[in-house]
Ligand binder design. Structure first.
Ligand code: NAP
Ligand code: ZN
Length: 348
């Protein structure tokens, strides 16, 4: 079936209207009408070819929410009319030790991206949520329990939300924990909300003076302008966990120095150019670690959506029309988004 979408035809072209084919419904497939799609900084990195191995035409979008319009004859989890979401993964091999452990995002064969297909380049290209509809195996379709009026602001939970939720849960953050969130963008603003909702003491680190007040409203208990050494020094050797969501290369040592003994700096951001190699001394003078974390698994994503529905948590969004996407990318590049653009797909 041919449907409307928006695609980048090359790393240097703007996004343009583009017709794509969706596969016909398999027995385990769910077809949904895309109602809203969040704009992740990963879409921008990918569209512009900042990461290796990108495929074009590229239809980005992995913060998808919509309504189920069709289900295959063996679909058990979803019904026509349900509000659902799809995040960054649409398949994985489901047989490797990671998949059997419920860690689809760490599939030993690489999970199939919602857009851009298999990371090895084999198989068909996949097209994401900047489109009228998607067809996805039910295992990778999440239930949305929020009221329908909040649906646009639920979309960012599918990537920005779960990418910060997963490390917060993995490192067992709760009351008594002190957590730093670096970079108050799409991921970072969700990280602040979620860490605060889990009961942690939250310190937001931002380069933007204009976000200081906002960060308190998002739930931060303390806010640090990272260019001010006196503000940074206050938190030396005090944090259990830091989530670094910055989309650009920067010095990690200043954040390692803020970790307690056994503290962990988790790299969530994936900048085009690598961070400078960290110094060894700050790591060994506290048995501190630097880790990375990719999105979250399907069980965690559902757990996050249910937690947010219960706690009335949604993203802070700026709705845009499909035709505003290139302006949105430019604004995102300059940190000018509070805190997630979400495309109203009826404008497609
Ligand atoms: P975003 O909304 O653009 O936020 C990034 C934030 O980083 C900015 O708002 C800014 O916060 C800070 N920043 C500081 N210096 C910057 C600079 N020179 N350039 C850009 N940002 C700068 O991006 P996002 O959607 O949250 O994504 C953040 C990163 O995470 C991206 O690299 C993205 O690809 C990656 N990501 C990773 C995963 C994963 O699975 N690990 C999932 C999704 C996205 P302040 O103004 O507060 O300083
Ligand atoms: Zn994303």
């Amino acid at each position: 079936m041919t449907i409307k979408a928006f695609a980048a035809l090359s790393p240097s072209s703007p996004l343009v209207p583009f017709d794509i084919e969706r596969r016909s419904l398999g027995s385990k497939d769910v077809r949904l009408e895309v109602l809203h799609c969040g704009v992740c900084h990963s879409d921008l990195h990918a569209v512009r070819g900042e990461w290796p191995g990108q495929r074009y035409p590229m239809v980005p979008g992995h913060e998808i929410v919509g309504r189920v319009t069709h289900v295959g004859d063996q679909v058990a989890r979803h019904q026509v009319g349900d509000l659902v979401g799809v995040g960054c993964m649409v398949d994985s091999d489901r047989t490797c030790p990671s998949c059997r452990a419920g860690l689809e995002q760490y599939c030993d064969d690489g999970f199939v991206n919602t857009y851009g297909g298999h990371p090895s380049g084999r198989g068909e290209n996949t097209y994401g949520g900047y489109s009228a509809a998607v067809v996805v195996d039910e295992h990778f379709v999440l239930k949305v329990a929020h009221p329908e009026r909040d649906l646009a602001a639920v979309a960012p939970l599918l990537c920005a939300g779960v990418t910060t939720w997963s490390p917060l849960r993995h490192w067992k953050i709760g009351p008594g924990s002190k957590v730093g969130i670096v970079g108050i963008g799409g991921l970072g603003h969700m990280g602040v909300k979620l860490a605060a909702a889990l009961g942690a003491h939250v310190v937001a680190f931002t380069t933007s003076e204009s976000k200081r007040q906002d960060a308190f409203f998002l739930g931060a208990h303390e806010v640090v302008i990272s260019s001010k050494p006196d503000e940074m020094a206050v938190h030396s050797r005090s944090l259990d966990l830091i989530l670094d969501t910055v989309a650009a290369s920067h010095d990690l040592d200043v954040y390692v120095a803020m970790l307690k003994v056994d503290g962990v700096l988790v790299l969530n951001g994936v900048p085009e150019n690598p961070h400078p190699s960290p110094a060894i001394y700050p790591l060994l003078t506290g048995r501190r670690s630097i880790s990375g974390s990719a999105i979250g698994n399907i069980t965690e994503t559902q757990e996050l959506l249910d937690f947010c529905a219960r706690e009335n948590i949604i993203a802070d969004i700026e709705p845009i029309s499909m035709h505003e996407i290139d302006t949105a990318f430019e604004r995102m590049l300059h940190g000018d988004v509070k805190y997630r653009f979400v495309i109203d797909m009826t404008t497609l």
